[in-house]
Unconditional design. Structure first.
Length: 228
């Protein structure tokens, strides 16, 4: 998560939150050998995401900066009737300056802390691919895509991202972000992917398999390989 950690936060470069919209997709008949029902599958997803509670880690960059991040899931609702997942969580990020670095004029220590409340809506009808990735790989890829392949990050302890993908921006998210003592900034956005931060790989794989099954039952584009 965000977990969307529907969300990838890039050290020093800033904090970006991605989000998503909706489009229709046909729902085929459920195969007889499809395993757990959609209701049971959605309940499993809801329970596993809720169990994560607060997940914390540190991202130490090769330029000496460290970001301490905490994602806390406060509310999850998996609705089988609409094939949708609704999740609310908070993200707290504190940046620690590299040794010998100081803040630019006009900035103070409060500006090194960001608090975000995010609400994501995901339709499994529109998911096309689901992956499990190490958070460290996700962050390093974000640096590379931002034009900074020279910066690499080590994530401790290791945490994992379950990421859902689509070929168009179908995932939606509303965020309220407060930087330091500034006023909150509200934002609605859409994206081609959303994700959840999970503290251990075994649970991440189970959640990904359950979401793959839910996507298949809802008529999404994922091909089932193994039930959870």
């Amino acid at each position: 998560m965000k977990m969307k950690y529907r969300l990838t936060c890039v050290l020093v470069l800033g904090f970006a939150v991605t989000a998503w919209g909706q489009q229709s997709a046909p729902t085929p008949a459920t195969p007889a050998d499809s395993g757990p029902t959609l209701a049971a599958t959605m309940q499993f997803i809801q329970e596993k995401l809720s169990e994560q509670g607060q997940v914390g880690w540190a991202e130490t960059a090769s330029n000496g900066m460290t970001g301490r991040k905490f994602v806390n899931v406060s509310d999850v609702m998996a609705d089988p009737a609409s094939c949708s997942l609704f999740i609310t969580y908070t993200i707290d990020i504190t940046i620690e300056l590299a040794k010998g670095h100081t803040l630019k004029p006009g900035f103070n220590a409060d500006d090194l802390h960001t608090h975000t409340v995010a609400t994501d809506t995901i339709s499994f009808k529109q998911v096309e691919k689901i992956t499990v990735e190490k958070k460290q790989d996700v962050v390093n890829q974000a640096y590379a895509e931002a034009g900074h392949p020279d910066i690499t990050v080590t994530v401790t302890p290791p945490v994992f991202s379950v990421k859902l993908w689509a070929s168009s921006a179908v995932f939606s998210e509303h965020t309220s972000t407060t930087k330091g003592k500034q006023a909150p900034v509200e934002k609605d956005a859409t994206s081609k992917w959303d994700g959840f931060t999970i503290r251990d790989e075994e649970t991440a794989n189970k959640v990904a398999k359950a979401m793959t099954h839910a996507t298949e039952l809802c008529g999404g584009g994922v091909t089932k390989k193994e039930l959870f």
